[in-house]
Design a protein around this ligand. Sequence first.
Ligand SMILES: [Mg+2]
Length: 281
Amino acid sequence: MKIVLFDIDGTLIKAGGAGARGLNKAVKEMCGVDKICDKFSLQGATDKENFAVAFKHACGKKPTVKQFRELELKYLGFLPAEVKRSLKSGNYSKLNGVEKLLVMLSKRKDVMVGLGTGNLKEGALVKLEPSGFNKYFAFGGYGCDSHIRSKVLMKAVERAEKLLKAKIRPADVYVVGDTHLDVAAAKDAGYHSAAVLDGFGDERLVSRSGAELIVRNFGDLYPWLIWLGLEKDSKGVRRGTYICPDSPIEHAHYGRTGMDVKDIDDGILALREMKRKAVGE
Ligand SMILES: [Mg+2]
């Protein structure tokens, strides 16, 4: 059984800033500071991280447990109206082609589709509601499970195991996201990783994240099916080191070495660190 975990914001849908507006309003009610989310990047972090950062920016101190819960509840209170506002203004959209992929995967007996998102569970449902995508996801890992993204993914897999009543190997888990942090979390957990460039991620960081597959969106499903091992790759590049080809040379290189740019970067950093220690700097 293969498990495919989807991030929400920038991967399945774009909610037109509904989350940020909801958090802005919640923080304003609690700390009196307006538009706090303009002051930092929300992308790729879990809701819990974002809430803590927003509160600290606005109120000058960390929230207590009680304040944190209050902030969450206020956010969840504002979110449905903000999602509706995005819908009305035409700023709510589904990523190109993703629905086709979800339909295709949900029909297969050898694939289970879940969420791997930094959103609080309730927030995730609210954000996905207008897309009609909630029906595809029987389980997930959410921002309320942990503020560490790799743990969120692992929790999703744990829930899939419960549904299946069987163990799932990390090599059978595929994570789809839109930021380098999604990719890093997948790697930390030992899962496969793919990223879309049409989301909210920084294109340069995503390109260097070492994701096995990096493509614009889901417009062409072929590379996705190859990555998932559901179609044979006619070019003969091993899956797991597959990078959507920029050039035949890259194909040959990655196919041969099994290394990706991130591994090479990490290796260079480790060597520099060793050298620095050796000369006593
Ligand atoms: Mg995202």
